[in-house]
Design a protein around this ligand. Structure first.
Ligand SMILES: [Zn+2]
Length: 267
C-alpha cells in the first residue's frame, strides 16, 4: 500500500514513525510516548531500522489517539481532543486503542465520557468496562442493560466471561421482581381482596419494572387517596391507609441489600 503523510503529525524532527493500517504515516517523538503512554512496544526494538512501525489501527483512530500523546497545539486551543464529537464507532475504537497502548489521558477521558453517556450505549460500555476493569462504570452500564434483548446481549457482550456474568447478575433482578409480585398476591389474599391501594401498587410496580428493570428494588409511592377495603370494615372507620405498601417496601429494601453489583458477580 502506498503511504501518505499525516497533515498533523509530520514534524521533521520526530524520531519515530508509525503507519496506520490504511497507509498514513504519523511522525512522533519518543520522549512524548515515554511520558504519556505505557503500552507501546519497547522503543529499542522499534528502531532497529527507520522503517515505519505498522499498527493495526486506522488513521482516523490514530489521529485522535496521538493528540493525547504529543502536547496540544495552539491551533487546538491547547486542548486534548473532545471525544464527545466523535461518532460512536470511532469513539469505541479510540477507547480500545487507548487501553491497548495505555495512553493515559485518552483512557481517562474515554472512561469519563462513557460514564456520562452510559444510557445511550449501555452494552458496548458494559463490555468495555468489564474487559478493562472499570467497576463503577460496569455497574452503571449493567443496571442500564437489564431490558436489552438476548440477541443484543449475545452480539455486544463479546469479551470472554462478560455475558455469563451479566446473565447471573440479571437473574437476581428477575427473581426480585418475581418474588415481589408473588408477595403482593399473598398480601391481597390475606384480607385485602378489596384493597384499592395494593391493587394500584401492583399495577404501578409492574409498569415501573417493565420500563426500568433496574428499579425492581424500589416501590412507587403509594397512593394514599385510594381506600383499603380492610380499613373500611373497621368499626371506628379510621381511614389511615393500608399498611401493606410500607411492609412491601421494607421487604424489597432487604432484598436489594442482598443484590450483588455487576462487578461483584463471579462466574
Ligand atoms: Zn390494604
Amino acid at each position: 500500500m502506498s503511504s501518505t503523510e499525516s497533515h498533523t503529525f509530520n514534524d521533521p524532527t520526530a524520531d519515530i514513525t508509525f503507519a496506520s493500517c490504511d497507509g498514513v504515516l504519523f511522525k512522533m517523538h519518543k520522549k512524548h510516548l515515554e511520558i504519556t503512554t505505557g503500552g507501546f512496544p519497547s522503543f529499542d526494538k522499534l528502531v532497529v531500522d527507520s522503517d515505519p512501525v505498522p499498527l493495526p489501527e486506522s488513521a482516523a483512530v490514530l489521529d485522535v489517539l496521538f493528540r493525547f500523546i504529543r502536547p496540544p497545539l495552539d491551533s487546538e486551543r491547547n486542548c486534548q481532543p473532545d471525544l464527545s464529537d466523535l461518532d460512536h464507532l470511532l469513539f469505541f475504537s479510540v477507547a480500545e486503542a487507548a487501553e491497548k497502548y495505555m495512553v493515559y489521558g485518552a483512557m481517562n477521558t474515554s472512561m469519563i465520557h462513557m460514564l456520562h453517556t452510559t444510557e445511550s450505549n449501555p452494552l458496548e460500555i458494559l463490555n468495555h468496562a468489564a474487559k478493562h476493569g472499570y467497576s463503577k462504570l460496569s455497574n452503571k452500564a449493567a443496571a442500564l442493560s437489564l431490558s436489552q434483548t438476548d440477541l443484543l446481549l449475545a452480539q455486544k457482550l463479546t469479551h470472554p466471561g462478560v455475558l455469563n456474568r451479566f446473565l447471573i447478575y440479571r437473574a437476581q433482578w428477575t427473581s426480585v421482581k418475581a418474588s415481589a409480585l408473588q408477595q403482593i398476591s399473598v398480601f391481597i389474599a390475606s384480607g385485602h381482596q378489596n384493597c384499592a391501594q395494593i391493587q394500584d401498587l401492583r399495577a404501578r410496580y409492574l409498569e415501573q419494572t417493565n420500563a426500568r428493570p433496574q428499579s425492581g428494588a424500589e416501590i412507587p409511592n403509594p397512593d394514599d387517596s385510594l381506600t383499603c377495603g380492610r380499613n373500611r370494615n373497621r368499626v371506628n372507620g379510621n381511614q389511615t391507609g393500608c399498611q401493606l405498601p410500607l411492609t412491601f417496601l421494607n421487604m424489597l429494601k432487604a432484598q436489594a441489600q442482598a443484590l450483588k453489583a455487576f462487578s461483584e458477580v463471579t462466574n
